[in-house]
Structure formats: structure tokens, C-alpha cells
Design a binder for this molecule. Structure first.
Ligand SMILES: Nc1ncnc2c1ncn2[C@@H]1O[C@H](COP(=O)(O)OP(=O)(O)OP(=O)(O)O)[C@@H](O)[C@H]1O
Length: 629
């Protein structure tokens, strides 16, 4: 991270952002210096015009004309050069700052856990990464320049005007209090409106994102019209929020424009009067009029700048919320839990214990798993237990099978092994050590989960398989082929026109469900994990291929612990321990033979499957315990 998210946590948005701007502050100072040059040149120009009118036109000093014109050209060239130099530097300043910010946002996203993603819409996250950061870039690169320009030009022009004629300047200055009142009111009303626009955009983005991802479902159910109608509602809401903003702007902008006009009126009326009375030169009035234009533009712009400022604030709120979100699953922390039960550690202060233990943690996990009276409930619904009193142990290298009805809690249970969730009560021990004490990187690099919903990246098949392999060791094509063979994927990959170099689309578009599952399995075993978790991984694979995969996995070096969740008994019947889950409770446990002999729930499922599939014809295991295929 470029900036610690806790840094300036309670400071205002601008101060918080300064930490991101810091490395480029010299550039910003350079930009401001160039701006000062450009502003000074702009303020000098009307004085030259005044001399041309008074000395060349009024007093007929023609010899001065060429000199004054050359001076005017030089001043204009310097002003423009400084202006564009400033614009480039400020743009670079804004871009670099936003680069650091987006980079931190992205890094932060990777530290957030399942819980965060369960509750945050993708469109919302996308808005934070794109339009919100752009609002910040816009403020740094453009609004900051314009705001400074407005203030400098306003004050500078007033000072110059005072030096030309203080009475006329005083008359104009009387208008400024109204200006402050108006911009303040505009700002107050704009703030909530920008937040509403921001939320509406996020909601619309989420809907688009969902529809792109779920376009097959929409088409399959012929719900295009319904979805379009739903989208139109959100689009309408977005339009309305923007119209609210426009209405707010419209309420104040005419007044701000009117103020600008009143300045012109005062200048022409009072200035003309002073010239006629001989209290002011005509050149003075011309210069005064030029300064008036300098004042007019900041007044009219102030309303838009206030809008940009509030848009910036709304975006900062969202980005800061993301950057300070606290994941529940964190690296081992001293105060996270009571770890008195880790017997091997001397009874020293908790923080020291954790540090000592982390340093002493081995890099390798053997794969022994123990659940000690584990309960689990999702944080958003703590009253509904998902798992209750889960208690079992398997040694490293063993095979664990989990069977149970839909929604029984099987996926939740295995998600605790890789610490995607932590138990609400009890402990999950890996090699005898609480999973919360393992460094997350060590744990997750050696526990591979093949999740139920397969996700493949837009990459080649080879690239997808080697995704999880430690970056330092690029796997050889032979290794990737071998892994694909174990996962039963080699034959269909070889048949593809470009084999392992075939690019698969987002989410593996272009592959069948079973093919995607096999690629996900290959990706999981390519990293040679100590614990392999297969969550219904072969549900879409035909039984013959599934049997081959099981045989290949059994032939792997025997020290891998394999956890298999399945609905088919044939997928888990060779396990050393089978757990039958019902409503979050283990209701039966044992080997296939023990469970069949029990004549309980497992036996009932087994017989139902045998009956439904007519035994051998469909490849289910037979009563003698052998696979029918
Ligand atoms: N993010 C979540 N928030 C709240 N409840 C959840 C969440 N995810 C799952 N659940 C609930 O937890 C229970 C267990 O879900 P889980 O996915 O572990 O079941 P499962 O046994 O793996 O089911 P299946 O065989 O259908 O995959 C279900 O009742 C489900 O509704």
C-alpha cells in the first residue's frame, strides 16, 4: 500500500488525500509557480491596453505603439507558455496521485474476505475504482487550478481596479457578499444530491454487470423485456438524480450570472459617469473593463466549481469506506482469540506469543485436519446456526468424504479449512495448530479449494491451469499436460484446435460445465497442495471420467489430504472417513462399510441411488462395495 488506510482516518477529505499527493508535491509547487507567472501576465495585459488608449490614441504618442504591441505579444506568449506548462504538470500530478489511490484500492480489495463480497455489489466496487477516482483526478488536475485561478483573478483584478479607481472598485466589491452567500447555499444543497447520483450510478452499474454475467439466464427465460424495464427504472432514477442536480444548479446559476451582469452595469454606468466628469481616463475605463471580465468568469464559474467540489467529497466518502473496510479474516493478531490452548508456547504476553509462534511456523503444512466443537453462523444473521458442534479429525494424507442434503452446510464447513470463514465457536486445527494462527499465505497456498461455481480467467487453458503455481516456478508444458491428465482434462484439451493455447472466455465461455470443472480441478492440483478440497467438483462430469479422475488422484503421492463433497455416494465411498451432514449437524460418521452396516441415513441414500440408477447400468456402487463401472 502507498498509504496506510488508518493514516488521517478522521481528517477531512483534502488532508486525507494529501498523503497520496505527497510524492508529487514538488510537481504541484512547480505547476503553481507557472500558474503565478501566467496570472501575473494576465493581470498586466489590461495595463498595456490602457497605455495604448491613453498614450497612443489619446495623446498621439505613435512611437510607443510598436513597443507596447511587442510587449503585449511577449506577455501573451509567456502567459500561454506558463498556462500550458502548468496544465501539463497539474495533469501529471493528478494522474500520479490517482494511480497510487487506485493501486491501493485494488490491493485492499484482495485483502477483503468473502463476507465483504457477499454484501457489496460489484457495480458499486467498479464505481469506486473508476468514476470516483476520476472525480478525484478531476479535482486535482482541473478544479484546483480553476479554483486558485478564480480566487487570484478575483482578488488580483479587484486590487488592480482599486489602483485605477477606488470608487468604482468599491461599488463592485459591494456585490461580493452576495456571491459568497449564493455559492454556500448551492454547495449545501449539492452535497446530498451528488451522493444520491453516486449511489444511483452504482446501482445501475450493478444491474448492467449482473445482466452481462447472467445474460444466458435472461435469454433462457425470455426475460429481456422484464430486465430492460428494470434497467429503465434505474436509468430513470439516475436521470432524475441528475435532473435534481441540474435543478439545483439552475436555481442558483441565474443569480450568479445576474451578479456578473450587475458588475458590467455598474462599470458602464458609474465608470462612464466618472470618465464624463473627468475623474477617470478613458484608458482607465478600458483597463477596468478588461479586469471586469477577469472577475466575471470566476463569479460564473464558482457555481460549477462548488458542484465539482461536492462530487469530489461524495467520491472520497466511498473510496475511504473501501480503504478502511476491515476484513474479519485477518493475519494472526495477538488479541484475536484466546490461544492459551496452544501448549507448546511458553506463557508469555499474548503479543509476544503470536510473534514468536508466527516466526516459528513451518512453511509446509502436512494436512492433518481437526474440527473441535465448531459452531458457525453468518455475521449478518448470528441467530441462525449454519453449523453446530462439528467435531472430527483426520490425519495428514487421509481422504474425507462429506455427504448431505442441499444447504446442510457442507461448503461452509470446508470453507473454514482455508479460513474463508472463521468459526463462531470452537476451533479448526491444521496440523494441530489453530487455523487462525497460520499465516494466511502459508495456509492458502497449501489448501486448494475447487469451488462449486467454476471461474476461469480470460486466458489460455495452459495459463488457467498454471494460475495458482508460485510465480517463481513457471511450470513446463509437460507438467501442465500431466496435471491435466490427472484432472481428466487432457483428452478434450488435445482435441481443441489450439490445444493448451486455446483462449477461453470470461468464466470459461466456450467450455461445457464438466470441462470447466475439470480445468478448475487441474488448476487446484497444479500448485501441489497439501490439502485438496473438492466441493461437488465432478457433479457435471460423466461417471466414467469421474472414476478415472478418482483413480488418478488416488495414485498421487499419498500424502495429500483430500476432502470431497459430493451428492453421489460413488464419489466418496473410498474415503477413510465419511461425514453425513444434516441441518448443520453431523448425524452419521464412519467408513462406507460401517455406514452401510448401520442401516441409517447413509444407507438410505445409498439404496435410493442404487435403485434410481438401477445399479450397474448407471455406474453406482454395488452392495459388495465395488464401483459398478
Ligand atoms: N453468505 C451467506 N449468508 C447467509 N447465509 C448463507 C450464506 N451462504 C450460505 N448461506 C446459508 O448457509 C447454509 C449452508 O450453505 P452451504 O452452501 O454451506 O450448503 P451446502 O451443504 O454446501 O449446500 P449445497 O449442497 O447446495 O452446495 C444454507 O442454508 C445457505 O442458505
Amino acid at each position: 500500500m502507498y498509504v496506510d488506510p488508518k493514516h488521517n482516518e478522521h481528517a477531512g477529505n483534502l488532508r486525507w488525500l494529501m498523503a497520496y499527493c505527497k510524492p508529487d508535491l514538488p510537481r504541484a509547487v512547480g505547476g503553481l509557480t507557472l500558474y503565478a507567472v501566467s496570472a501575473a501576465m494576465a493581470l498586466v495585459t489590461p495595463l498595456i491596453s490602457a497605455r495604448i488608449v491613453d498614450q497612443v490614441i489619446e495623446q498621439h504618442q505613435l512611437q510607443l505603439l510598436a513597443k507596447l504591441c511587442i510587449l503585449m505579444i511577449v506577455v501573451t506568449v509567456v502567459r500561454d507558455a506558463a498556462y500550458y506548462g502548468n496544465a501539463m504538470w497539474m495533469e501529471r500530478f493528478g494522474q500520479n496521485t490517482v494511480f497510487r489511490l487506485v493501486s491501493d484500492e485494488y490491493e485492499k480489495l484482495h485483502t477483503l474476505d468473502f463476507n465483504y463480497f457477499n454484501h457489496t455489489r460489484t457495480g458499486d466496487i467498479m464505481s469506486r475504482m473508476t468514476s470516483d477516482t476520476d472525480a478525484i483526478r478531476h479535482l486535482l488536475s482541473w478544479v484546483s487550478y480553476q479554483a486558485i485561478n478564480c480566487v487570484v483573478m478575483f482578488v488580483g483584478a479587484l486590487v488592480m481596479m482599486t489602483s485605477i479607481d477606488w470608487r468604482l472598485a468599491l461599488a463592485l466589491a459591494c456585490v461580493t457578499p452576495f456571491l459568497f452567500v449564493l455559492t454556500r447555499k448551492l454547495s449545501q444543497h449539492a452535497k446530498p444530491l451528488f451522493l444520491a447520483i453516486r449511489n444511483s450510478l452504482a446501482s445501475m452499474n450493478s444491474m448492467v454487470e449482473e445482466n452481462i454475467e447472467g445474460n444466458r439466464v435472461v435469454k433462457a427465460f425470455v426475460r429481456e423485456d422484464y430486465e430492460t424495464e428494470k434497467f429503465d427504472e434505474r436509468n430513470d432514477d439516475y436521470m432524475e438524480r441528475n435532473m435534481d442536480m441540474a435543478r439545483n444548479t439552475r436555481r442558483y446559476m441565474p443569480w450568479l450570472d445576474g451578479l456578473g451582469f450587475s458588475l458590467q452595469l455598474i462599470t458602464i454606468a458609474l465608470g462612464g459617469f466618472l470618465v464624463l466628469k473627468g475623474n477617470m481616463t478613458l484608458g482607465g475605463l478600458v483597463a477596468f473593463n478588461s479586469y471586469l471580465w477577469m472577475i466575471d468568469s470566476p463569479i460564473r464559474q464558482s457555481g460549477w466549481l462548488v458542484n465539482d467540489w461536492q462530487r469530489f467529497n461524495a467520491s472520497c466518502v466511498k473510496i475511504r469506506r473501501l480503504l478502511t473496510a476491515t476484513p474479519r479474516i485477518r493475519e494472526p493478531q495477538p488479541a484475536d482469540h484466546d490461544d492459551a490452548s496452544v501448549a507448546s508456547v511458553a506463557p508469555v504476553a499474548s503479543a509476544e506469543r503470536t510473534t514468536t509462534r508466527m516466526a516459528a511456523m513451518p512453511d509446509h503444512i502436512d494436512g492433518a485436519i481437526r474440527f473441535e466443537h465448531v459452531d458457525f453462523a453468518f455475521p449478518d444473521d448470528p441467530e441462525t446456526p449454519i453449523l453446530t458442534d462439528i467435531d472430527f479429525a483426520i490425519p495428514a494424507g487421509a481422504r474425507l468424504g462429506i455427504l448431505g442434503e442441499t444447504g446442510a452446510g457442507k461448503s461452509t464447513l470446508v470453507n473454514m479449512i482455508a479460513r474463508f470463514y472463521d468459526p463462531t465457536r470452537g476451533r479448526v486445527l491444521i496440523d494441530g495448530v489453530d487455523a487462525r494462527d497460520w499465516p494466511l499465505r502459508t495456509l492458502r497456498s497449501q489448501v486448494s479449494v475447487v469451488a462449486q461455481d467454476t471461474f476461469l480467467f480470460s486466458d489460455t487453458i495452459g495459463g488457467n491451469i498454471s494460475f495458482g503455481v508460485d510465480g517463481a516456478h513457471t511450470p513446463s508444458p509437460e507438467y501442465i499436460r500431466h496435471i491435466a491428465f490427472i484432472a481428466g482434462a487432457d483428452d478434450f484439451i488435445e482435441r481443441m484446435p489450439e490445444g493448451y493455447d486455446t483462449v477461453v472466455g470470461e468464466r470459461g465461455v466456450g467450455l461445457s460445465g464438466g470441462q470447466k470443472q475439470r480445468l478448475s480441478l487441474a488448476r487446484a492440483i497444479a500448485d501441489d497442495p497439501s490439502i485438496l478440497i473438492m466441493d461437488d467438483t465432478t457433479s457435471a462430469v460423466d461417471m466414467e471420467t469421474e472414476a478415472k479422475i478418482r483413480q488418478h488422484l488416488n495414485e498421487l503421492d499419498g500424502d495429500k489430504t483430500i476432502v470431497t463433497i459430493a451428492h453421489r455416494i460413488s464419489s466418496i465411498k473410498d474415503s477413510d472417513l465419511i461425514l453425513v451432514l444434516e441441518h448443520g449437524h453431523i448425524v452419521e460418521r464412519g467408513t462406507h462399510e460401517e455406514l452401510v452396516a448401520k442401516h441409517g441415513r447413509y444407507w438410505a441414500i445409498y439404496h435410493k441411488q442404487l435403485g434410481a440408477q438401477s445399479g450397474q447400468a448407471q455406474g453406482y456402487a454395488t452392495d459388495d462395495g465395488t464401483d459398478a463401472r
